[in-house]
Design a protein around this ligand. Structure first.
Ligand code: HEC
Ligand code: HEC
Length: 238
Protein backbone atom coordinates (compact mmCIF):
# COMPACT_ATOMS: atom_id res chain seq x y z
CA UNK A 1 0.00 0.00 0.00
CA UNK A 2 1.43 3.38 -0.97
CA UNK A 3 0.57 5.07 2.34
CA UNK A 4 2.38 2.41 4.37
CA UNK A 5 5.51 2.60 2.28
CA UNK A 6 5.61 6.40 2.60
CA UNK A 7 5.19 6.12 6.36
CA UNK A 8 7.86 3.42 6.55
CA UNK A 9 10.27 5.51 4.49
CA UNK A 10 9.64 8.49 6.72
CA UNK A 11 10.29 6.41 9.84
CA UNK A 12 13.49 5.07 8.30
CA UNK A 13 14.65 8.56 7.42
CA UNK A 14 13.94 9.74 10.90
CA UNK A 15 15.75 6.79 12.46
CA UNK A 16 18.68 7.38 10.13
CA UNK A 17 18.92 11.01 11.15
CA UNK A 18 18.70 10.19 14.82
CA UNK A 19 21.42 7.59 14.58
CA UNK A 20 23.86 9.76 12.65
CA UNK A 21 26.88 10.68 14.79
CA UNK A 22 27.46 13.94 12.92
CA UNK A 23 25.37 16.09 10.63
CA UNK A 24 24.99 14.59 7.22
CA UNK A 25 22.51 16.19 4.89
CA UNK A 26 21.36 14.47 1.76
CA UNK A 27 21.12 17.05 -1.02
CA UNK A 28 17.42 16.28 -1.45
CA UNK A 29 16.53 16.05 2.24
CA UNK A 30 13.68 18.29 3.38
CA UNK A 31 15.25 21.37 5.02
CA UNK A 32 13.45 20.99 8.33
CA UNK A 33 13.94 17.31 9.14
CA UNK A 34 17.35 16.94 10.72
CA UNK A 35 17.49 20.09 12.79
CA UNK A 36 14.07 19.45 14.30
CA UNK A 37 15.11 16.06 15.66
CA UNK A 38 18.31 17.28 17.29
CA UNK A 39 17.73 18.58 20.78
CA UNK A 40 19.56 21.43 22.41
CA UNK A 41 21.59 20.41 25.46
CA UNK A 42 19.73 23.21 27.25
CA UNK A 43 16.37 22.21 28.72
CA UNK A 44 13.39 24.33 27.67
CA UNK A 45 13.55 27.60 29.63
CA UNK A 46 11.07 28.48 32.35
CA UNK A 47 9.28 31.82 32.11
CA UNK A 48 11.33 33.08 35.08
CA UNK A 49 14.52 32.25 33.17
CA UNK A 50 13.27 34.05 30.07
CA UNK A 51 12.43 37.10 32.19
CA UNK A 52 15.88 37.05 33.78
CA UNK A 53 17.40 36.70 30.28
CA UNK A 54 15.37 39.65 28.99
CA UNK A 55 16.76 41.73 31.84
CA UNK A 56 20.36 40.85 30.97
CA UNK A 57 19.57 41.56 27.31
CA UNK A 58 18.84 45.20 28.19
CA UNK A 59 22.62 45.71 28.28
CA UNK A 60 22.97 44.06 24.86
CA UNK A 61 19.99 45.67 23.13
CA UNK A 62 21.74 48.82 21.88
CA UNK A 63 23.81 46.66 19.56
CA UNK A 64 22.04 43.31 19.14
CA UNK A 65 18.44 44.57 19.45
CA UNK A 66 16.02 43.86 22.30
CA UNK A 67 14.73 40.83 20.36
CA UNK A 68 18.14 39.86 18.99
CA UNK A 69 17.45 41.15 15.48
CA UNK A 70 20.29 43.67 15.25
CA UNK A 71 19.33 46.42 12.84
CA UNK A 72 22.90 47.39 11.97
CA UNK A 73 25.08 45.05 9.93
CA UNK A 74 27.91 45.90 12.32
CA UNK A 75 26.33 43.61 14.94
CA UNK A 76 25.43 39.94 14.54
CA UNK A 77 21.83 38.85 14.96
CA UNK A 78 21.36 36.60 17.97
CA UNK A 79 17.61 35.84 17.61
CA UNK A 80 16.99 32.16 17.02
CA UNK A 81 20.66 31.30 17.48
CA UNK A 82 21.21 28.06 19.42
CA UNK A 83 21.54 28.66 23.16
CA UNK A 84 24.55 26.34 23.45
CA UNK A 85 26.38 28.28 20.77
CA UNK A 86 25.63 31.70 22.34
CA UNK A 87 26.86 30.47 25.73
CA UNK A 88 30.02 28.99 24.18
CA UNK A 89 30.84 32.26 22.44
CA UNK A 90 30.36 34.28 25.63
CA UNK A 91 32.85 31.95 27.34
CA UNK A 92 35.26 32.17 24.40
CA UNK A 93 35.27 35.98 24.62
CA UNK A 94 36.70 35.64 28.14
CA UNK A 95 40.31 34.87 28.94
CA UNK A 96 40.58 31.20 29.91
CA UNK A 97 42.73 30.26 32.91
CA UNK A 98 46.41 30.34 31.93
CA UNK A 99 45.74 31.93 28.52
CA UNK A 100 47.24 35.26 27.42
CA UNK A 101 44.26 36.35 25.37
CA UNK A 102 40.68 35.25 24.72
CA UNK A 103 40.02 32.61 22.06
CA UNK A 104 37.83 35.18 20.32
CA UNK A 105 39.33 38.65 20.23
CA UNK A 106 36.94 41.61 20.04
CA UNK A 107 37.40 44.60 22.33
CA UNK A 108 33.68 45.25 22.84
CA UNK A 109 32.64 41.66 23.47
CA UNK A 110 35.71 40.82 25.57
CA UNK A 111 34.60 43.62 27.89
CA UNK A 112 30.91 42.65 27.84
CA UNK A 113 31.52 38.94 28.48
CA UNK A 114 33.88 39.63 31.37
CA UNK A 115 31.06 41.28 33.35
CA UNK A 116 28.58 38.39 33.08
CA UNK A 117 28.01 35.67 35.68
CA UNK A 118 27.49 32.03 34.62
CA UNK A 119 23.82 32.40 35.47
CA UNK A 120 23.48 35.53 33.32
CA UNK A 121 25.21 33.79 30.38
CA UNK A 122 22.75 30.93 30.59
CA UNK A 123 19.70 33.18 30.94
CA UNK A 124 20.61 35.55 28.13
CA UNK A 125 21.55 32.66 25.82
CA UNK A 126 18.16 31.04 26.41
CA UNK A 127 16.36 34.36 25.98
CA UNK A 128 17.92 35.22 22.61
CA UNK A 129 17.62 31.66 21.32
CA UNK A 130 13.83 31.87 21.78
CA UNK A 131 13.33 35.15 19.91
CA UNK A 132 11.97 35.01 16.38
CA UNK A 133 14.69 35.48 13.81
CA UNK A 134 14.10 38.08 11.10
CA UNK A 135 16.34 37.45 8.12
CA UNK A 136 17.78 40.36 6.16
CA UNK A 137 18.28 41.09 2.48
CA UNK A 138 18.47 37.96 0.34
CA UNK A 139 21.29 37.42 -2.14
CA UNK A 140 22.42 41.04 -2.43
CA UNK A 141 25.24 40.22 -4.84
CA UNK A 142 23.74 38.36 -7.81
CA UNK A 143 27.07 38.04 -9.64
CA UNK A 144 28.68 35.72 -7.09
CA UNK A 145 25.56 33.70 -6.29
CA UNK A 146 26.53 30.67 -8.40
CA UNK A 147 30.00 30.49 -6.85
CA UNK A 148 28.58 30.90 -3.34
CA UNK A 149 25.96 28.23 -3.89
CA UNK A 150 28.46 25.74 -5.27
CA UNK A 151 30.77 26.24 -2.26
CA UNK A 152 27.83 25.87 0.13
CA UNK A 153 26.50 22.72 -1.53
CA UNK A 154 29.68 21.01 -2.74
CA UNK A 155 32.66 22.70 -1.08
CA UNK A 156 35.85 23.43 -3.05
CA UNK A 157 37.18 19.97 -3.90
CA UNK A 158 40.57 21.04 -5.27
CA UNK A 159 41.28 22.92 -2.01
CA UNK A 160 39.81 20.22 0.23
CA UNK A 161 37.17 22.62 1.56
CA UNK A 162 34.12 20.62 2.71
CA UNK A 163 30.56 21.59 1.79
CA UNK A 164 29.13 24.04 4.31
CA UNK A 165 25.75 22.31 3.98
CA UNK A 166 27.14 19.18 5.67
CA UNK A 167 27.30 20.99 9.02
CA UNK A 168 25.31 24.21 8.72
CA UNK A 169 22.38 22.57 6.89
CA UNK A 170 20.54 23.37 3.66
CA UNK A 171 18.80 26.46 5.06
CA UNK A 172 21.75 27.45 7.24
CA UNK A 173 19.90 26.61 10.49
CA UNK A 174 22.83 24.62 11.84
CA UNK A 175 22.17 22.12 14.58
CA UNK A 176 21.59 22.76 18.29
CA UNK A 177 24.64 22.02 20.44
CA UNK A 178 26.85 21.48 17.36
CA UNK A 179 26.70 24.01 14.55
CA UNK A 180 25.54 27.64 14.65
CA UNK A 181 22.73 29.03 12.57
CA UNK A 182 24.28 31.25 9.89
CA UNK A 183 21.51 31.43 7.26
CA UNK A 184 20.11 34.98 7.02
CA UNK A 185 22.92 36.50 9.11
CA UNK A 186 24.54 39.72 7.82
CA UNK A 187 26.89 39.05 4.92
CA UNK A 188 29.52 41.47 6.24
CA UNK A 189 29.56 39.77 9.63
CA UNK A 190 29.93 36.27 8.13
CA UNK A 191 32.75 37.48 5.92
CA UNK A 192 34.52 39.12 8.88
CA UNK A 193 34.28 35.92 10.94
CA UNK A 194 35.69 33.76 8.14
CA UNK A 195 38.59 36.22 7.89
CA UNK A 196 39.02 36.10 11.69
CA UNK A 197 39.17 32.28 11.64
CA UNK A 198 41.74 32.48 8.87
CA UNK A 199 43.88 35.15 10.55
CA UNK A 200 43.78 33.43 13.95
CA UNK A 201 41.99 36.26 15.72
CA UNK A 202 39.24 33.75 16.34
CA UNK A 203 40.93 30.56 17.54
CA UNK A 204 37.92 28.82 19.07
CA UNK A 205 37.34 26.39 16.21
CA UNK A 206 40.17 24.39 14.61
CA UNK A 207 37.75 23.04 12.00
CA UNK A 208 36.60 26.51 10.87
CA UNK A 209 40.22 27.71 10.90
CA UNK A 210 41.17 24.91 8.49
CA UNK A 211 38.20 25.62 6.25
CA UNK A 212 38.67 29.40 6.09
CA UNK A 213 42.43 29.22 5.61
CA UNK A 214 41.95 27.25 2.40
CA UNK A 215 39.64 29.86 0.87
CA UNK A 216 40.43 33.00 -1.15
CA UNK A 217 38.92 36.41 -0.34
CA UNK A 218 36.65 36.06 -3.35
CA UNK A 219 35.39 32.64 -2.26
CA UNK A 220 34.80 33.90 1.28
CA UNK A 221 32.79 36.88 0.03
CA UNK A 222 30.73 34.70 -2.32
CA UNK A 223 29.80 32.07 0.25
CA UNK A 224 29.00 34.76 2.86
CA UNK A 225 26.65 36.40 0.34
CA UNK A 226 24.96 33.06 -0.32
CA UNK A 227 24.61 32.18 3.38
CA UNK A 228 23.14 35.61 4.16
CA UNK A 229 20.40 34.91 1.64
CA UNK A 230 19.44 31.50 3.00
CA UNK A 231 16.14 31.17 4.80
CA UNK A 232 16.17 28.57 7.55
CA UNK A 233 12.85 27.43 8.98
CA UNK A 234 12.15 29.41 12.14
CA UNK A 235 10.37 26.60 13.92
CA UNK A 236 13.47 24.43 14.46
CA UNK A 237 14.19 23.27 17.98
CA UNK A 238 16.84 25.37 19.65
C1 HEC B 1 28.49 48.00 21.98
C2 HEC B 1 27.93 46.95 21.14
C3 HEC B 1 27.69 45.58 21.78
C4 HEC B 1 27.07 45.29 22.98
C5 HEC B 1 26.50 46.25 24.01
C6 HEC B 1 27.02 43.83 23.04
N1 HEC B 1 27.58 43.28 21.92
FE1 HEC B 1 27.71 41.28 21.48
N2 HEC B 1 28.73 41.71 19.76
C7 HEC B 1 29.08 42.98 19.34
C8 HEC B 1 29.95 42.86 18.18
C9 HEC B 1 30.59 44.00 17.40
C10 HEC B 1 30.09 41.47 17.91
C11 HEC B 1 30.95 40.79 16.82
C12 HEC B 1 32.33 40.61 17.40
C13 HEC B 1 33.22 39.64 16.67
O1 HEC B 1 33.43 39.78 15.47
O2 HEC B 1 33.70 38.70 17.33
C14 HEC B 1 29.30 40.79 18.93
C15 HEC B 1 29.19 39.40 19.01
C16 HEC B 1 28.44 38.74 19.95
C17 HEC B 1 28.23 37.31 19.98
C18 HEC B 1 28.76 36.31 18.98
C19 HEC B 1 27.70 36.05 17.93
C20 HEC B 1 28.03 34.95 16.97
O3 HEC B 1 27.23 34.73 16.03
O4 HEC B 1 29.05 34.27 17.11
C21 HEC B 1 27.44 37.04 21.06
C22 HEC B 1 26.94 35.68 21.50
C23 HEC B 1 27.14 38.30 21.71
N3 HEC B 1 27.77 39.32 21.01
C24 HEC B 1 26.37 38.42 22.85
C25 HEC B 1 26.18 39.63 23.53
C26 HEC B 1 25.47 39.73 24.78
C27 HEC B 1 24.80 38.58 25.50
C28 HEC B 1 25.50 41.05 25.15
C29 HEC B 1 24.93 41.69 26.40
C30 HEC B 1 25.31 41.11 27.66
C31 HEC B 1 26.24 41.76 24.11
N4 HEC B 1 26.64 40.86 23.15
C32 HEC B 1 26.47 43.12 24.09
C33 HEC B 1 28.68 44.18 19.91
C34 HEC B 1 28.03 44.31 21.13
C1 HEC C 1 32.68 20.11 9.99
C2 HEC C 1 31.57 20.99 10.25
C3 HEC C 1 31.61 22.36 9.59
C4 HEC C 1 31.70 22.66 8.24
C5 HEC C 1 31.87 21.69 7.09
C6 HEC C 1 31.58 24.09 8.14
N1 HEC C 1 31.42 24.65 9.39
FE1 HEC C 1 31.25 26.62 9.82
N2 HEC C 1 31.20 26.23 11.80
C7 HEC C 1 31.30 24.98 12.36
C8 HEC C 1 31.33 25.09 13.81
C9 HEC C 1 31.44 23.95 14.81
C10 HEC C 1 31.23 26.47 14.10
C11 HEC C 1 31.20 27.13 15.50
C12 HEC C 1 32.61 27.40 15.94
C13 HEC C 1 32.67 28.03 17.30
O1 HEC C 1 32.50 27.32 18.28
O2 HEC C 1 32.82 29.25 17.39
C14 HEC C 1 31.15 27.15 12.82
C15 HEC C 1 31.08 28.54 12.69
C16 HEC C 1 31.00 29.19 11.49
C17 HEC C 1 30.86 30.63 11.34
C18 HEC C 1 30.76 31.65 12.47
C19 HEC C 1 29.31 31.92 12.79
C20 HEC C 1 29.08 33.06 13.75
O3 HEC C 1 27.91 33.30 14.09
O4 HEC C 1 30.03 33.73 14.16
C21 HEC C 1 30.81 30.89 10.01
C22 HEC C 1 30.67 32.24 9.34
C23 HEC C 1 30.91 29.61 9.31
N3 HEC C 1 31.02 28.60 10.24
C24 HEC C 1 30.89 29.47 7.92
C25 HEC C 1 31.08 28.26 7.27
C26 HEC C 1 31.20 28.16 5.82
C27 HEC C 1 31.05 29.31 4.85
C28 HEC C 1 31.44 26.84 5.54
C29 HEC C 1 31.71 26.20 4.19
C30 HEC C 1 32.81 26.75 3.42
C31 HEC C 1 31.45 26.13 6.82
N4 HEC C 1 31.24 27.03 7.84
C32 HEC C 1 31.64 24.77 6.95
C33 HEC C 1 31.35 23.77 11.67
C34 HEC C 1 31.45 23.63 10.29
Amino acid sequence: MPTTSVAARFALNLAGLLLLPAASWAADAPPTAASSVMESSFPAPTSAQLQAGAKVAQTCAACHGADGNATSAAFPKLAGQHADYIAKQLHDYRIAKGAKQPARVNAIMNGMAATLTEQQIRDVALYYSRQTFKPGVAFADKKTLKLGESIWMAGIPDRAVPACVSCHGPGGAGMPSRYPRIGGQWQGYLETELQMFRNDRRTNSPEMHDIASRMTDKQIAAVANYAAGLRAPSETVR
